[in-house]
Design a protein around this ligand. Sequence first.
Ligand code: SF4
Length: 110
Amino acid sequence: MSNEKEIESRRRFLKVAAGTTVAAVVMGGLPRFARAAALPPLTDADPTAKALDYVPDASKSTNPKHKPGDDCSNCMFYSGGKTGSGPCQLFPGKSVEAKGWCVSHSPKQG
Ligand code: SF4
């Protein structure tokens, strides 16, 4: 008697399980920004940071090319928020300070 019912309920279970897997994959793909925020901070010990005269606090830069008001938060290579830190295209895998600066600073367009 219940053989068919069992098969039916198993089918339903499999459908639900498959749906859950899809949901998990979608969820797994979502937190890109969360992961970006968790990038390790760039330090001035980094050779590229040294080469580009990166400082985590733009106001402390002694580089003659630094203009007052220029910092990572208004640089076209930066994709983080106005405060805190975020990714910079020039330093993949690291986060730079919003108020940081380096010699490659290029003003954001628009
Ligand atoms: S390129 Fe721009 S965002 Fe990247 S460290 Fe230099 S100033 Fe900051």
